[in-house]
Design a protein around this ligand. Structure first.
Ligand code: CA
Ligand code: CA
Length: 237
């Protein structure tokens, strides 16, 4: 009877941790700051390594408000979180603006490539605002095209929305973005920006999910308790 009761309790505990919750770690629209909305999910430090970027004007596309983080150099912009609380997945959202005369990878002067790295994955995306024929924004969705965000009026700009949900348990997270390729003609000719950045963490709402091996030991432990109790009763009898 006692052993049966212990197993039933264990089954209930197994069911509960299946629920997951999601909380914001860090989000910003860059309208007032790089760090507009931190938490409530626990973290140690949020950091931006600018690499030539700064908060600059964004006009012409209401979805970006009035400002974005724009990089008109070939430097690397990195957004980092250190000391994340326990979690199983991260959800990452951001919009990328491909600004002015991007020449794709087969145009002139090309290649123009955006390198994006996070969570051990590396992506290379490009657009053909000016020349070339390759238009590759990976899993992104084009949310604005043919608009002008307020820089070189000769060339239209392209804004692409991205969302990634991926397993992640490490303490730290880093998103690194840079203009790459031999076709970079300077920031007045081609540049990029990031906006509507949002990082959230998914974690088990019922607390830590034990590994299957731990459950086997726990259930065996309940069995052992039941067995010991029986022996005591026999000894007393
Ligand atoms: Ca904005
Ligand atoms: Ca170029």
């Amino acid at each position: 009877m006692k052993l049966h009761g212990a197993l039933a309790s264990a089954a209930l505990l197994v069911a509960a941790p299946g629920l997951a919750a999601e909380q914001n770690v860090w989000s910003t629209t860059f309208e007032t700051s790089e760090f507009e909305t931190p938490g409530p999910f626990p973290f140690g430090i949020l950091a931006v390594s600018y690499g030539g970027s700064s908060i600059q004007s964004a006009v012409g596309f209401p979805g970006m408000g009035t400002k974005m983080l724009r990089n008109d150099t070939s430097g690397t912009t990195t957004l980092q979180v250190f000391g994340l609380g326990a979690h199983t997945h991260l959800r990452l959202k951001f919009d990328i603006a491909f600004i002015d005369s991007w020449d794709s990878v087969n145009g002139t002067v090309a290649p123009d490539i955006l390198f994006v790295d996070f969570a051990g994955q590396s992506y290379q995306w490009t657009v053909n605002n000016a020349s070339g024929t390759v238009f590759d924004v990976g899993p992104g969705t084009v949310i604005s095209t043919g608009t002008n965000l307020g820089y070189n009026s000769v060339w239209p700009d392209t804004v692409v929305r991205y969302e990634f949900l991926f397993p992640h348990t490490a303490l730290n997270f880093s998103l690194a973005i840079r203009f790459g390729g031999a076709g970079f003609q300077g920031g007045l000719d081609e540049s990029w920006g990031i906006d509507n950045f949002a990082l959230s963490a998914i974690f088990p709402s019922g607390g830590v999910i034990p590994e299957p091996a731990t459950w086997a030991m726990l259930i065996a432990g309940f069995g052992l308790v039941g067995g010991m109790a029986r022996r005591r009763r026999l000894a007393r009898a």
